[in-house]
Design a protein around this ligand. Structure first.
Ligand code: ADP
Ligand code: MG
Length: 618
């Protein structure tokens, strides 16, 4: 048989390697910024057009490249940063693989101008799809300018796979944040489509964080400092009261490299234990310096994961250092748990009057009467007949299920199908017999004639709120509660951009913004369901959910908005509900169009019939 194995041509090999190195424009941004840092730049400019799809340019004032190096840099496995295997264990550069430029040049049009300080003339080089188009001498300042145009021009499938410019810009901004935070001693400018997004002068760690995340960040930061033989830790944690329900603003840097580490993240959470609610996350900006020989950054192709020699020790040191900082800066005693709890309990049923479940037993119900009844004040809840549909659905499902699954056709449904009254309680007995009770602060149990229903309180409330918000948004009949004093909130620039994007939807549910600008948002009205103290939390959660949308584009803005609000404002597992609230929630749930499923497609309740129970006693 003839030999069939051949070495791949370089440009094909490069293109394959590019698949791993370059996932999207943000990957190019990261590689170019890191090269500029490795070149010892003092000041770095990042210029982007159209979400990086058409232009990514990085200009630095670093050491530059000789004419030969400028060419060599684009060869695969060509690097000036390591020479032998042992060098991998004393890395103090970002790059070392020597594959970024080769990969980028295989799938884009790249143009370089570069000049070492001591050289008279600069080199100008263009390379497209791994092919050098020209190299000539030119005049340019010291340093390197690298432009990447038409990314994925020769891989249409990858190009089509890219998300909207806005989404790609968000990814780029995330990378930019990480690199800029790791190197506060370098000045950065970031321009998008001709306008300046960030202008970060040389600064210390604290100033850099504040420049990026907004001036209000400053008061949130608690310094962390510790030096041991194993690790030097510096940076900041956010005070516990600023913990958010969403992830975000959690940064680890190891030897000035952004990394992700679920294990160390856990160490931070452990230090905050008891100070923040279990479903919220503290913000942190932590810089760890360790001996390069004690880590292996080679385990992940995009290099955000690191393997530490002695993770356990690091965990323990990190945890106790943060605990110490929290104590030292009097963060702990300043907390008032009770008050915090109340402020953050968003449960509005608490204030409602009891709605007796058998209000719906309206045998004389006349559908035409509704029109005549329209004098009722808006917003008064009246559980009309139509609102019992949920209960009827419940019945239908039950009937078929029991019938099929268990071969039981003679189940006694004591259905008075038109009354809608499945509660056992009657008006006179209501006061003495509770028709609902709360189980383990998690479920609401209520009786129906054929047995009982066990309702997940949190999911039920999510469903109720979700439908309410959806209705508000689509019908656009939002009611707003005017604030006595406008609420002033600060956000980072990228968060503000997201807020601007969703402003119209927010307005349609009752938020009134008197201005959104720079880093400030001023709010003069909020939806009645959102209390003033919750506004910040709600907006934070919305911003982070819209950021997440990056990966799952399929939901409409309205839907995300309603879901986020429902999730954020709903009563949670663990909250005690009094009887009145339980009843109101049950009623509202079964007035929903779809009471069986939460907005996140989780079942809201289960029914347990008398038969089910009987069977257990056999
Ligand atoms: P790596 O960074 O892993 O070495 P790259 O493909 O990113 O690999 O870069 C290849 C080489 O090109 C680098 O080792 C460096 O010598 C040179 N180089 C790249 N970018 C710059 C720059 N902005 N300034 C000076 N030299 C650069
Ligand atoms: Mg590199």
């Amino acid at each position: 048989m003839a030999d069939i194995i051949k070495l791949l041509p370089d440009h094909v090999a490069n293109q394959i390697a590019a698949g791993e190195v370059v996932q999207r424009p943000a990957s190019v941004v990261k590689e170019l910024l890191e090269n500029a840092i490795d070149a010892g730049a003092d000041s770095i400019k990042l210029i982007i057009k159209d979400g990086g799809k058409n232009l990514i340019q990085v200009i630095d004032d670093g050491i530059g490249m000789s004419p030969t190096d400028a060419r060599m840099g684009f060869e695969r496995h060509a690097t000036s940063k390591i020479q032998k295997a042992e060098d991998l264990f004393r890395l103090n550069t970002k790059g070392f693989r020597g594959e970024a430029l080769a990969s980028i040049a295989a799938i884009a049009h790249v143009e370089v101008q570069t000049k070492p300080e001591q050289d008279e003339m600069a080199t100008h080089l263009r390379i497209e799809g791994s092919e050098i188009k020209f190299q000539e001498v030119c005049v340019a300042p010291k340093g390197t300018s690298m432009s990447v145009k038409n990314l994925f021009f020769n891989i249409p499938a990858r190009r089509n796979f890219l998300k909207s410019n806005q989404v790609e810009l968000r990814h780029i901004t995330d990378e930019f944040h990480r690199v800029a935070m790791a190197h506060p001693n370098i000045a950065f400018n970031f321009y998008n489509n001709g306008s300046e997004l960030f202008n970060l002068p040389k600064a210390n760690q604290r100033q850099r964080i504040v420049h990026i995340f907004g001036s209000k960040t400053n008061e949130k930061l608690v310094p962390v400092n510790e030096e041991t033989q194993v690790v030097k830790i510096s940076g900041f944690i956010n005070k516990p009261e600023f913990a958010k329900r969403s992830r975000g603003e959690q940064f680890f840097f190891v030897n000035n490299r952004f990394i992700k580490s679920p294990y160390l993240h856990h160490a931070v959470l452990a230090a905050f234990e008891g100070l923040i609610k279990s479903d919220s996350y503290p913000g942190y900006f932590l810089y760890l310096d360790v001996d390069p020989a004690s880590i292996d950054i080679n385990i992940h192709p995009t290099k955000t994961e690191v393997k530490f020699d002695d993770e356990h020790t690091l965990y323990a040191i990190l945890r106790s250092t943060i605990k110490h900082s929290l104590g030292q800066f009097n963060v702990v005693p300043a907390l008032d748990f009770d008050q915090d709890q109340n402020l953050e309990t968003p449960y509005n049923y608490r204030d409602k009057n009891a709605v007796q479940p058998n209000v719906s037993v309206d045998r004389a119900f006349n559908p035409f009467q509704e029109v005549a009844n329209s004098t009722k004040p808006a917003g008064t809840k009246s559980y009309k007949k139509q609102n019992t549909e949920g209960w009827e659905n419940l019945y239908v499902g039950l009937e078929s299920k029991v019938g099929q699954d268990e071969g039981f056709s003679s189940v006694k449904f004591e259905s008075e199908s038109n009354t809608g009254s499945f509660f056992e309680s009657h008006q006179e007995s209501l006061e003495s017999i509770a028709t609902t009770f709360q189980l383990r602060r998690k479920y609401i149990v209520t009786t129906i004639k054929s047995g009982m229903v066990v309702i997940d309180q949190s999911r039920a409330h999510q469903r109720v709120l979700y439908e309410q918000f959806l209705k508000n948004i689509t019908v656009n009949e939002a009611v707003s509660q005017q604030l006595l004093f406008p609420l002033q909130l600060s956000f980072s620039k990228s968060d503000i951009d997201i807020l601007k994007e969703i402003k119209d939807s927010l307005t349609s549910i009752g938020f009134i913004f008197s201005h959104i600008n720079g880093e400030e948002v001023r709010i003069t009205g909020v939806p009645p369901l959102v209390s003033e103290s919750e506004v910040g939390m709600v907006l934070d959660q919305l911003i982070s959910d819209f950021q997440m949308q990056v990966t799952e584009d399929s939901f409409s803005q309205t839907d995300i908005l309603a879901k986020t609000l429902a999730k954020t404002l709903s009563v949670k597992t663990g909250e005690v509900l009094n009887n009145t609230s339980q009843l109101a929630l049950v009623n509202d749930l079964f007035a929903c169009k779809e009471s069986r499923w939460s907005p996140f497609n989780k079942p809201v309740y289960v029914t347990i019939t008398e038969n089910d129970i009987d069977k257990k006693f056999i």
